[in-house]
Design a protein around this ligand. Structure first.
Ligand code: HEC
Length: 93
């Protein structure tokens, strides 16, 4: 492959990945818009936080999301869990 077609392939891959994930669901803005109604992100970092494992985090996010009218698809829900984990909880999974 020439360098040029490598570049084309890479940008096609990015476009496809973006179309499937990033463009449709933005975990950070969703969180900002929907998840700060009842609590802010302080509950994720408080010293007596309740969530102490990745599976527990998944379950809690699903429970909280069920309170919202916007029920997420499973793929989006897991992006939201990843978002919280990488920014706050940092479980190794
Ligand atoms: C209808 C109100 C409500 C909404 C909306 C809501 N939550 Fe919650 N959430 C709660 C309550 C109540 C708790 C428990 C707080 C406590 O224990 O003091 C909680 C706790 C949590 C915890 C556990 C915090 C800990 O102690 O470690 C996480 C994680 C969480 N919520 C994520 C989310 C996410 C993600 C969203 C958006 C999808 C969301 N919440 C939206 C009510 C809500």
């Amino acid at each position: 492959m020439s360098p040029k077609s490598n570049l084309a392939a890479a940008s096609l891959a990015l476009t496809l990945a973006g179309g499937v994930y990033a463009d449709e669901f933005d975990a950070a803005s969703y969180h900002e818009a929907q998840c700060t109604r009842c609590h802010d992100s302080g509950v994720y970092t408080r010293s007596d936080r309740r969530i102490t494992s990745f599976p527990a985090l998944e379950a809690q996010v699903a429970r909280c999301d069920a309170n919202l009218a916007t029920k997420l698809f499973p793929a989006d829900l897991s992006q939201l869990v990843e978002h919280l984990n990488s920014n706050y909880y940092k479980f190794s999974q």
